[in-house]
Design a binder for this molecule. Structure first.
Ligand code: MN
Length: 231
């Protein structure tokens, strides 16, 4: 096979305890999936889950024990953090029932759904797609993936984000409006999931802006922390 130019490399994420890496295929994100975050964004009530995507090359892959770097993005004056639990799909499928969803999960990681909130807000007002607010370069930092069997009680894990050592977000995965299995049921009704898909499951309350020089530390109990600096 030859190409008219060199193809982009496969984007992959390290796996804790394994030499092999997890090759990423798609990044699905769930919107407004914690009650208190939905409220801070101006919504109440249990609406069906909705999804958006980020390009796989938006991942900022941060190895365990290291501090990653993400650029302060263009066009925004309101660059927000959203700490999220990420589920990594190991076995694909469509119309997966929630009761069967666990079998499809390879493992879990800590992720950040970075957001140009001002641009997202403009697009919402105009009824336009969120891509410019959500799917920009380096918008998806991620830490190493822990195989599901070693991730502990992830359904009830504490999730938190500190910026420069100060708490910004703190909640528990138990407060997801649509839990991981239900999310996979809804998602796989709309798209056929494939190995390599990553699902950013939503953020709890406390989203706010960061600026150049800030260091973000995201944690989900049972997983390696994710440490990223804004360049
Ligand atoms: Mn999010």
């Amino acid at each position: 096979m030859s190409y008219v130019f060199t193809p982009a490399p496969v984007v992959s994420v390290p796996v804790v305890g394994r030499a092999e890496r997890f090759p990423a295929r798609r990044i699905y994100c769930v919107g407004r999936n914690y009650v208190e975050h939905a409220k801070e964004m101006g919504f109440t009530g249990r609406e069906p889950p909705f999804f958006f995507l980020k390009p796989t090359d938006a991942l900022v892959v941060v190895p365990e024990g290291e501090t990653g770097t993400m650029a302060y993005p263009s066009l925004t004056k309101d660059f927000h953090h959203e700490i999220e639990l990420v589920a990594a799909i190991g076995t694909g499928g469509k119309n997966i029932k929630a009761a069967d969803a666990k079998k499809h999960i390879f493992g879990y990681a800590v992720g950040l759904d970075m957001t140009r909130r001002d641009l997202q807000g403009d697009m919402k007002k105009q009824g336009r797609p969120w891509c410019i607010g959500k799917a920009f370069d380096q918008s998806a930092p991620i830490g190493p993936i822990v195989p599901a069997a070693q991730a502990g009680d992830i359904e009830n894990a504490e999730i938190s984000l500190q910026v420069n050592g100060q708490d910004r977000q703190r909640s528990t995965v138990a407060k997801l409006i649509w839990n991981i299995a239900e999310t996979i049921e809804h998602l796989s009704a709309a798209w056929e999931l494939q190995p390599g898909d990553l699902i950013y499951t939503g953020t709890p309350e406390g989203v706010a802006a960061v600026v150049s020089g800030d260091t973000l530390v995201g944690r989900v109990a049972g997983l390696p922390e994710l440490r990223v600096k804004v360049a």
